[in-house]
Design a protein around this ligand. Structure first.
Ligand code: GBH
Length: 463
């Protein structure tokens, strides 16, 4: 008795990749085990008031100790692909220097087990858990961090090599730079626009250097994952259009253009020049950043709405965007308060294939938090999530029909997990996690997704 979704059956192309995604700090726990060094999230989550409920990733889903069971769970759902991230501070506790054999050993066993279950591994090298020792030397505001990242990439690639299908260098550099260094709501909690511009650039240089390292090592496929959103203006005035264009430059083009077109967009350069200058952009940086990639990962959650509003001070996450309001979202909303707009994903995919043709696209994250509660029998009836996923898959399918080169879709997330500043209160999983005893309960959406995968599309009958 799962909900009646749009009844039309839809088939995805043969070879379309289905899967689920997670990230190390959000699920692993075992923060002090086997020589792992501290990361900026270990530090930040201990600053009073920064994370809801004072939650930390110390234990999380205890995936570090339960990974075999979790992979068994994935196999049971018939997941063809699994995107996980490697914790830099496990591999190099200080972010540079000696390799921690027990740390890298974990990922060695993880990848073997994933392959043994018949699942294709997608490895992300940076999902926000910077070694604290590097933050103490400037973090992403320091160019040296990008060089250290290239070394770390080499270490991980040497060990896992061709067992990984697709390498993702960096997850969402916008979030790491602007929420971490300008808005201060993510680790390391700094609040300087100039720092954020430097961080964004160095994250891109890190991506480019790592891509080169992976290529030299013979990596199979290399990608970068961006958080992207259509920017929707509230009105039709010229000022509204200008507001939308500037926010689009800051959130989307700041990353898309250098990687795929080899240059920063004019508005980004102009704003950066007014926030600390551009002397961190050196010599052949743009050549390094534009190193060809094999696919672009897209994390889509919702559009961003803007309106021209003269006199409004800039939103801290959008330096240079004075006079622009970010109006409150209108329902339907997820438990995060984010609007549910499936067509935003379709619009985004079509726009990307028009403006940046030639690069295959993979949705590396899409999903939603809802207030899931297991019933007495341990069943989680997450109809809202099924409707969310169904709607977004229909939008993705429409984009495919319109010519978007979409190759796969990975749901965020396999498990409920540590939702960064929101702590454990927000549940994105298709599998429920009982944090009291670590128990996993596949939600209705997990069984629904299993059926989608099995038929390579959406069925005509209710799932
Ligand atoms: C991803 O980031 C992360 O990769 C993942 O680790 C995380 O758990 C998951 O999403 C869920 O949060 O302006 O109010 O509309 C999310 C990226 C970018 C999504 C900023 C929300 C703005 C919110 N986020 N975006 S709002």
């Amino acid at each position: 008795d799962t909900p009646q979704t749009d009844a039309r059956p839809l088939a995805f192309p043969p070879g379309f990749v289905w899967g689920a995604a997670t990230a190390a700090y959000q699920i692993e726990g075992a923060a002090r085990d086997d020589g792992r060094g501290p990361s900026i999230w270990d530090t930040f989550s201990r600053v009073p008031g920064k994370v809801a409920g004072g939650d930390t990733g110390d234990v999380a889903c205890d995936h570090y100790h339960r990974f075999r069971d979790d992979i068994g769970l994935m196999a049971g759902l018939g997941l063809p692909a699994y995107r996980f991230s490697v914790a830099w501070p496990r591999v190099q506790p200080d972010g540079s220097g000696p390799v921690n054999p027990r740390g890298i050993g974990f990922y060695d066993r993880l990848v073997d087990e994933v392959l043994q279950a018949g699942i294709t591994p997608y490895a992300t090298l940076y999902h926000w858990d910077l070694p604290q020792a590097l933050e103490d030397r400037g973090g992403w505001t320091a160019r040296d961090t990008a060089l250290r990242f290239a070394d770390y990439t080499g270490i991980v690639h040497d060990r896992l090599a061709d067992r990984v299908d697709t390498w993702t260098t960096v997850n969402e550099p916008w979030v790491a730079a602007y929420l971490g260094y300008a808005a201060g709501v993510h680790a390391p909690g700094r609040t300087s626009a100039a720092d954020a511009f430097r961080a964004a650039h160095h994250l891109l240089v890190a991506h480019g250097l790592a891509t080169r390292r992976l290529r030299d090592g013979g990596a199979r496929r290399v990608s970068l994952t961006l958080n992207l959103a259509p920017i929707v203006a509230g009105g039709t005035s010229e000022q509204d259009a200008a507001a939308a264009d500037l926010v689009d430059a800051m959130l989307n083009r700041q990353f898309l253009d250098p990687v795929l077109h080899g240059a920063y967009a004019e508005p980004v350069l102009a704003v950066a020049a007014r926030h600390g200058g551009l002397d961190h952009v050196r010599g052949d940086d743009l050549t390094v950043i534009a190193e060809p990639i094999d696919s672009l990962g897209i994390n889509y959650y919702n559009p961003t709405y803007v309106a021209a509003a003269p006199g409004t001070p800039p939103n801290p996450a959008y330096p240079g965007c004075a006079g622009i309001a970010f109006p409150p979202a209108v329902p339907p909303l997820t438990a995060m308060g984010w609007p549910i707009v499936p067509d935003g994903l379709g619009d985004l995919l079509v726009r990307l294939s028009r403006d940046y043709p030639g690069v295959p696209l993979v949705v590396t994250e899409n999903g939603a938090a809802f207030d899931d509660v297991p019933d007495a029998d341990g069943r989680v009836r997450d109809d809202a999530r099924i409707r969310y996923l169904d709607g977004h898959l229909r939008a993705a399918h429409a984009a495919l029909t319109a010519g978007a080169d979409l190759r796969g879709y990975l749901v965020w997330s396999l498990l409920d997990n540590f939702e960064w500043a929101e702590g454990y209160g927000k549940r994105f999983g298709i599998v429920y996690v009982d944090y009291a005893d670590g128990r996993r309960l596949p939600k209705d959406s997990a069984r629904w997704f299993r059926d989608v995968i099995a038929r390579n599309g959406l069925g005509g009958e209710p799932a």
